[in-house]
Design a protein around this ligand. Structure first.
Ligand code: GLU
Ligand code: MG
Length: 451
């Protein structure tokens, strides 16, 4: 959208403040707003942000990371295509921003720029990546200092749907008003847990959508006197909340899904298998990007459909990579892969960028997945020997295991580049240092209302 049009729309709607938003290394959505009177100028020159913000943990502790001290600024430069007036706060608008250096170059620590780079790499190989992020979240009330689920409804239960109807209907309307395509809704397994999915889009838009989604769900719930939490495991005794990532690769025109091959027994092309091969190869390090918080590892456990093993399989909800069955009448369009060890404490740009980097590595190195890692049973039903002989391992069981795997994965850290990778890893290590010394209550309290 051109700048004059953004200003016109904001003024016409009576917007006062326009927030330039970004998502940081800690997975926190942060931003700064300009008054509408300065909008035109700020769309060009941006809003200043200290470099140190990418060395800030999700507990607002400033880490010592090279090049990210108290000196120096970047600019939050908006991508005006993402401008949206907020249906739940009509005097406000948001626009998603890139972090650009004062000498007008993309900053190496900018997560959105990292994803753009991976998208461009895929494009240079003739591939347009489409993705959809499938969020789960809880609706909670606060009783004194305690968060409690808003109801005790059952999985897919019509009672759960009825009790949350006013909030969910407002969420749907608000998402649609901001241009997101709502696909499906149902009350999930946990008490007060919901899943409302958004249609697939080109990768950058899919990640942008998830930032808008998090803002919307939280704000709409708040307006109903409730708290929406997208934390991976907000209630230790209830189901976790995933952010499964569905993805596929299309041709340059976006007309043909290159993951689809009707002659294959799983309807997958050689390209899709190479993506599987790449993702399987990089799974442990990748999980540090897609399940990055201490709370993530409370979710990733066997027997809860959150996945816990490095395997793939057809419609297998205990496999880290599910090959979803196709829908009648839209076989080509519905072909995709679902990456399940992922949650909303992730920075969606970093998570999706990492997933693309892993998949493209599979393509470049012709990594076909190991057949034995493809299973159509729950991996906990296999004996230790069977798992071993198939090369199926536990996913990282703690944040520190995942961090070590990422540090050892030079394909992923190389794709991120040293500035982003080092600052990201520093934040994750700081999280480990803090939370591993504290109890469950402290962990839950400090993750509950953050994402
Ligand atoms: N709640 C599960 C998770 O943590 C997923 C349930 C489902 O298959 O939708 O990923
Ligand atoms: Mg679900």
């Amino acid at each position: 959208m051109d700048h004059a049009e953004v200003v016109r729309q904001a003024e016409e709607a009576g917007v006062q403040l326009v927030t330039f938003l970004y998502c940081d290394n800690g997975g926190i959505i942060r931003g700064k707003a300009t008054h509408v009177s300065g909008l035109e100028r700020r769309l060009d020159s941006g809003i200043g942000l200290t470099l140190a913000m990418q060395a800030m943990t999700d507990m607002d502790e400033l880490l010592v990371v090279e090049g990210m001290g108290p000196v120096g600024e970047v600019r939050l430069i908006p991508d005006t295509d993402t401008f949206t007036i907020l249906p739940y706060a009509p005097k406000r608008a948001l626009v998603l921003a890139d972090l650009i250096t004062v000498s007008r170059r993309p900053w190496e620590a900018c997560p959105r720029t990292f994803l753009k780079r991976m998208i461009a790499k895929a494009e240079s190989m003739g591939l347009t990546i489409q993705a959809a992020m499938e969020p789960e979240w809880y609706l909670a009330r606060k009783e004194g200092d305690e968060f409690v689920p808003c109801d005790t409804s059952l999985d897919n239960s019509s009672i759960g749907a009825a009790l949350a109807q006013d909030v969910v209907d407002d969420v749907v309307a608000a998402l649609e008003a901001q241009g997101l395509r709502v696909e499906q809704y149902y009350p999930e397994l946990g008490h007060g847990q919901h899943e409302l999915s958004i249609g697939h889009a080109e990768a950058l838009r899919a990640a942008d959508n998830h930032v808008v989604y998090r803002e919307t769900v939280r704000n709409v719930a708040w307006r109903h006197g409730m708290y929406a939490t997208l934390a991976p495991k907000p209630f230790p005794e209830q189901a976790g909340s995933g952010l499964h990532v569905h993805f596929s690769a299309w041709d340059e025109n976006g007309k043909s899904n290159l993951f689809f091959d009707p002659d294959d027994e799983q309807n997958l092309s050689a390209l899709a298998y190479r993506f599987i091969g790449g993702v399987m190869e990089h799974m442990p390090g990748l999980v540090a990007l897609t399940c990055p918080s201490m709370n993530s590892y409370r979710r990733l456990s066997p027997g809860s459909w959150s996945t816990a093993f490095t395997c793939y399989g057809p419609d297998n909800r205990e496999a880290a990579l599910r090959i979803p069955s196709l829908f009648w009448g839209s076989e080509m369009a519905s072909t995709n892969l679902e990456f399940r060890p992922s949650d909303s404490s992730a920075n969606p740009y970093i998570a999706l960028g990492g997933l693309i980097a892993a998949g493209l590595d599979g393509v470049e190195r012709n990594l076909m997945p190991r057949k034995e890692q493809g299973i159509d049973v729950d991996p906990v039903r296999l004996t230790r020997e069977e798992l071993e002989s198939r090369g199926i391992r536990r996913l990282p069981e703690s944040l520190m295991d995942a961090v070590r795997a990422l540090e050892a994965d030079t394909t992923l850290t190389g794709a991120m580049g040293p500035v982003l990778a080092n600052s990201y890893l520093a934040i994750r290590r700081a999280d480990w240092d803090l939370f591993s010394g504290r109890d469950t209550e402290f962990e839950i309290r400090n993750h509950f209302y953050k994402y």
